[in-house]
Design a protein. Structure first.
Length: 348
């Protein structure tokens, strides 16, 4: 990968849903970045986001945007099943690529995308923003320093609002939508490959994909991992996701136990509570908080990190794309185990 990239990075953004709009706000405010173009099939969303951030390039599709715009980097924040094919389209043009998680929907697709990035010799980063969240990063540093001793267990829960599921239940398995964050964290903390998976899922909503999944992971170093996700947090739960386009609850917990230390992170314990006449809110303050009209937190740190990689051509020491492929292998094993009811073994 080369060095000495552009002083001003021209970025195109594909996908203007809830998360795409957050990325747009971050990118438009980053120093040395020009949000040059946005695209989405919804013309009204393109017009609104472009007007808000003074974006000149406005397109209905990724292909149209890439054909018209000389870009240094592209952000893909599109539906999960589109990631792999769109990633290849971007990388074939030797444009640095940030793709929201998951990298792809199959391991084979993920391998093809990584190979394409290697051939193009451009940065590729997958959106695992929790690696850039202060508490998760500090926990990683403590584990890496050896203060926990050998790891015994890692447990992650990510349960989300029931009202959100209809938008995702026919789009992607929850392992690729919610649990993929926790799979990535557990692999990052364990710093060892997962060797076996056993999983169970349930489908109460009777949509294409299940609305709950639990998995037990075994790691090569002997540690055991537990990953849980469900889409049943009721409307009465304290809301910690509060944006103009998105309202509800992410109830997530992470616990790491070593022979010498243990650590825990709970997302709902953000320290800020706002009690309203008909709603108790715990606004999230670390992932993508908005203050003074700007988005901060882990999302900003993540996007800024990627832009720095584009600018100087260096490899990421925090978010190696190969780690995203490792997580994809574990996710695929979880889906297979839940489908068959049998343990799935993975090569160490």
């Amino acid at each position: 990968m080369g060095t000495g990239g552009p002083a001003t990075v021209r970025v195109g953004l594909a996908g203007l849903g809830r998360f795409g709009k957050l990325h747009a706000s971050v990118l438009a405010a980053l120093p040395g970045v020009e949000l040059a173009a946005v695209c989405d099939p919804a013309e009204s969303e393109v017009a609104a986001v472009a007007a808000r951030h003074a974006v000149k390039g406005r397109y209905p599709s990724l292909d149209a945007m890439l054909a018209a715009e000389p870009l240094d980097a592209c952000f893909l924040v599109t539906p999960e099943p589109l990631h792999a094919a769109q990633a290849l389209t971007v990388l074939e043009r030797r444009i640095a690529l940030f793709v929201e998680k998951p990298l792809a929907m199959t391991v084979a697709e993920g391998e093809v995308v990584l190979a394409a990035a290697d051939r193009a010799e451009v940065p590729l980063q997958v959106g695992f923003l929790l690696r850039f969240e202060t508490r998760h990063a500090l926990l990683k540093a403590e584990i890496a320093a050896g203060r926990f001793g050998p790891l015994v267990s890692l447990r992650a829960k990510r349960n989300v609002s029931r009202a959100w599921f209809p938008a995702y239940g026919d789009r992607a398995h929850p392992v690729y939508e919610t649990s993929i964050h926790d799979i990535d964290l557990l692999l990052w903390y364990a710093a060892n490959p997962c060797t076996a998976v056993y999983a169970v899922e349930r489908n109460h909503a009777r949509l294409t994909y299940p609305d709950a999944c639990w998995a037990m992971l075994q790691f090569a170093n002997g540690a055991v991992g537990i990953v849980e996700t469900s889409w049943f947090v009721p409307a009465g739960a304290p809301a910690n996701v509060i944006t103009p386009d998105w309202h509800g609850t992410i109830d997530s917990e992470l616990e790491v136990v070593g022979t010498d230390c243990s650590g825990r992170i709970r997302l709902l314990d953000g320290g800020l509570a706002v009690w309203q006449p008909e709603l108790a809110a715990h606004p999230e303050t670390s992932l993508w908080p908005e203050s003074g009209g700007s988005i901060g937190g882990a999302l900003r740190e993540q996007d800024h990190h990627f832009i720095d990689r584009v600018r100087d051509g260096s490899a990421s020491l925090i978010a190696d794309a190969a780690d995203a492929l490792s997580g994809l292998r574990v996710a695929a094993a979880i889906v297979e185990s839940a489908r068959t009811g049998a343990e799935v073994r993975l090569a160490a």
